[in-house]
Design a binder for this molecule. Sequence first.
Ligand code: NAD
Length: 284
Amino acid sequence: MPAQILDGREIARRLQEEIKKEVTRLQRELQVTPSLAVILVGDDPASAIYVRNKARACQEIGVKSDQYLLPADVPEETILRLIDKLNGDQSVHGILVQLPLPPHIEERKVLEAVLPSKDVDGFHPANLGGLLIGNPLFVASTPAGILELLDQAGVMIEGKHAVVVGWSVIVGKPTAFLLLQRRATVTVCQIWTQDLAFHTRQADILVVAAGKPKLITAPMVKEGAVVIDVGINRFEGRLVGDVDFAPVAEKASFITPVPGGVGPVTVAMLLRNTLEACKRACIA
Ligand code: NAD
């Protein structure tokens, strides 16, 4: 039987409605508007689209968003000074630095400059370390979105074998830790993994974040598996994921499409983190 499609757009719409209600409540009761500062360096077209989507989503739910657009040759020091200023600005609750940064900028240094309490992207070492011990202030939006999709589909995670393809700091590793935290047995595969298909065929839950179109084909997937495709690739003039969608959908129980799967839920998670940052700042 073909898989049920996990409609990320619909799930994100419902989540954003809930977040919007909470934003309105904060405005009414505390006269506070959650605010997100987004720093974009350079003119990478994909990054510009992501930033625009995030700004639009903020606007739709009443979160204030300010964009800081810096030229590609901006000195690292200028970015660090801007982050320092935003860290100290009490009206800013979340700070997001759009990745990737140009090669002359040390990405880690920039991400570590963001206060952990404003790190709504969850990339600061304090938040990544918090994930390891099961208690982060913020979980990165894409991994959080993947877990949200599984929960919304009613997928039982405990005791299941989850296989994560890709071990990046922003997707693969945090996703693996979140699944471990939910008591899955987790296998992490990466580019050096030998016989990838051997591992993916054992997955009850298969999360793919490699950035390689059609990396996962139907023979690599177990009958009834839940398949979460994180990849975003431009391939033969259109956007596709890492999974060979149509044949894999014939075998899986649930599958996310690309576009319209993980992406929109990722944006909703960023909004949720920004709301959370604002609430914590109000309590503090
Ligand atoms: P990355 O390049 O940092 O990491 C890719 C990972 O895939 C690496 O760990 C690498 O070892 C592994 N890999 C590559 N080829 C492989 C192969 N043949 N077999 C096994 N493993 C392989 O990328 P990333 O930042 O983690 O992003 C991965 C993909 O997810 C990209 O397509 C990116 O655009 C997409 N992405 C989507 C969202 C979203 O919101 N939907 C968010 C972040 C990233």
